[in-house]
Design a protein. Structure first.
Length: 577
């Protein structure tokens, strides 16, 4: 990697439009070289700052000085008020990105790393030229020592090298990405970014087998830097995706950087220019296949496709690809792609499919043990339980749908199983309240249809139609299932052919379905759930919250916002629209 920005890139400055910015990045990516992470991180950070943070600051000044007409005229020329952005008829000026800013920060980072890292030390470089864990820890120390001592580490727009140099702030992802960028500067090609749903670390060494922490995690900002990431900490741990995280190459690291871009100006306004640039570049990388092994990136791209489709693949197709990737590559251990797919179906008012996707997400969660670091996925699950499922049941008029009742129970069974074996309880009175609300929406005839009938049961397995596209029903019983997903789900369908087609496609031939609950709490509730009597709210509350002592803090969210967040926020179509 060069110590200065190439002349071809320099020729594009100053950048004064979205088209010019996209042209620069595309030209950089079309070269036969790998992406220059340092250059791109500074460039995108610069752009994001000008299109979001600067507009927030100038808007605040404008509101405080409404009588100062000269100041208002100045801000209109450089960064318009967010209210102006909502007016489609007003042409918004694009900020000017200067070469001196990008070149200066780029050279500063390169010189800083080369001056402070001695590659000749044996503890930093192996005999065959690979990086070591101590080297990654040392680079992390260099970056860490340059950060402010106190700042809110989960705030937006602090994930780039631009935010590091101009504000001395980085979030968890930003620090891990910066370590990888520094290693690229130092020509350690074996160091790569590793990401999960809410954490990031690096892999290095011979055959890229050594994984090491280079950042922190959680609100407490526990410093994990230097710790090895091995089977001892990844087993049944969602933060590490159970040992099946996304291990990036240079192009996937670029994808990770792109999806970390946050177009939010404030809680109600987004930069349309930044979102458009992000969308077009993700589409280019999608076409080249650089997102094929990155489920969360596919989910982000699918959400952008909802607003305006680029290329042949629709948002639904991309969501399905994300889910299929999770199954084929990551042992079905990623939760968010199923959540994201469910949110998409809800925005499309396909409520039954949405609940089925969320049920699958809970079944994936059941493969983990809940821990204090799982805040993001916990918030996602409780939003689904307390808001999205009840809303879907109302909007979709699904009270008479037996399969929908099956999926509601399946969702809660997965959450209860997620809690089992965990040191921290999950379920509390809020869960019980909305569980009772959702179950009570189904009449007694639906609930009774799942009552046990010993003469019709098949070895205690759950019978169900297999025509649904979501999930992977077992072809045989649990004992003969070879699939990890099938073993975990334990859902079987009667009379399924070798091609996966069910013989029970016609409603008149559909057998009565049965429940086989896996969690202890849901097993205890089985008689209530399959009874024709009125739901005993008190009994449900006592059984569901047994030994649970979790303090619930209600999540603040905007109406109709059903998007997955990875240190970002994005507008979603209002449910009522």
């Amino acid at each position: 990697m060069k110590d200065i920005i190439g002349k071809s890139e320099q020729s594009h400055f100053p950048i004064c439009s979205c088209e010019a910015f996209i042209k620069l990045v595309e030209e950089h990516l079309d070269k036969n070289e790998v992406p220059n992470l340092t250059f791109l991180s500074i460039l995108f950070g610069y752009l994001e700052h000008e299109l979001t943070v600067s507009r927030i600051i100038l808007s605040d000044h404008s509101s405080d000085s409404e009588t100062d007409k000269s100041f208002q005229n100045t801000t209109k020329q450089t960064a318009p008020d967010p209210e102006v952005l909502e007016n489609k008829n007003v042409e918004v000026p694009f900020p000017t990105l200067e070469l001196d800013v990008v070149q200066g920060l780029y050279e500063q980072f390169v010189l800083f790393m080369k001056a402070n890292v001695d590659k000749s030390l044996p503890e930093y470089t192996t005999e065959n030229g690979c990086a070591t864990s101590p080297l990654c820890k040392y680079i992390s120390d260099l970056m860490w020592n340059g950060l402010l001592r106190s700042y809110h580490k989960d705030k937006a727009h602090i994930q780039s090298l631009f935010s590091y140099f101009t504000g001395r702030q980085l979030d968890c992802f930003g620090l891990a990405f910066s370590v990888v960028a520094a290693c690229q500067v130092l020509k350690y090609d074996d160091v790569h970014l590793v990401v999960s749903g809410d954490h990031a670390w690096v892999v290095c060494g011979n055959e890229e087998k050594d994984m090491v922490e280079v950042t922190w995690h959680g609100k407490g900002n526990e410093d994990k830097r230097g710790l090895a990431v091995d089977s001892g900490c990844t087993y049944k741990n969602w933060i590490y995706y159970g040992g099946k995280p996304v291990i990036c190459d240079r192009w996937m690291e670029l994808v990770a950087m792109l999806i970390s871009v946050n177009p939010s100006i404030d809680s109600h306004t987004e930069s349309e220019e930044l979102q458009m640039i992000q969308h077009k570049l993700l589409h280019k990388l999608y076409q080249k296949g650089y997102m094929d092994r990155y489920p969360m990136a596919l989910g982000t791209f699918a959400e952008l496709q909802e607003g305006q489709q680029l290329g042949d693949d629709s948002a639904e197709v991309i969501h399905m690809k994300a889910v299929q990737t999770v199954k084929e590559i990551y042992d079905d251990l990623h939760i968010f792609p199923y959540c994201s797919q469910g949110h998409f179906y809800m925005r499309q008012k396909r409520f039954k499919e949405a609940i089925a996707s969320w049920a699958k997400a809970a079944q994936v969660a059941s493969k983990y043990n809940y821990g204090k670091d799982d805040e993001e996925v916990y918030k996602e699950m409780i939003d689904i339980a307390n808001d999205l499922i009840p809303t879907s049941l109302r909007g979709g008029q699904l009270g008479e749908d037996k399969e929908c009742y099956f999926d509601v129970i399946r969702f809660y069974d997965g959450v209860c199983l997620w809690e089992e074996g965990s040191s921290t309880p999950i379920l509390h009175s809020w869960w019980a309240r909305y569980f009772t609300l959702s179950v009570s929406r189904f009449p007694s005839v639906v609930r009774e249809s799942y009552a046990d009938d010993p003469e019709k049961q098949d070895d205690g397995n759950l019978l169900r139609r297999s025509s649904r596209s979501l999930g992977s029903p077992s072809i045989n019983s649990e004992a003969s299932s070879s699939s990890t997903c099938e073993k975990e789900d334990k859902f079987t369908s009667p009379k399924i052919s070798a091609t996966g087609e069910s013989s029970c496609k016609q409603p008149t031939n559909e057998p009565e379905t049965k429940l086989l609950l896996r969690s202890h709490k849901m097993k205890a509730l089985k008689d209530i759930l399959t009874s024709g009597k009125k739901i005993n709210t008190q009994a449900v509350g006592l059984l569901l919250t047994a030994q649970s002592q979790v303090q619930f803090v209600k999540r603040r969210s905007t109406v109709g916002d059903y998007s997955i967040e990875y240190k970002r926020s994005r507008k979603s179509k209002d449910l009522e629209s």
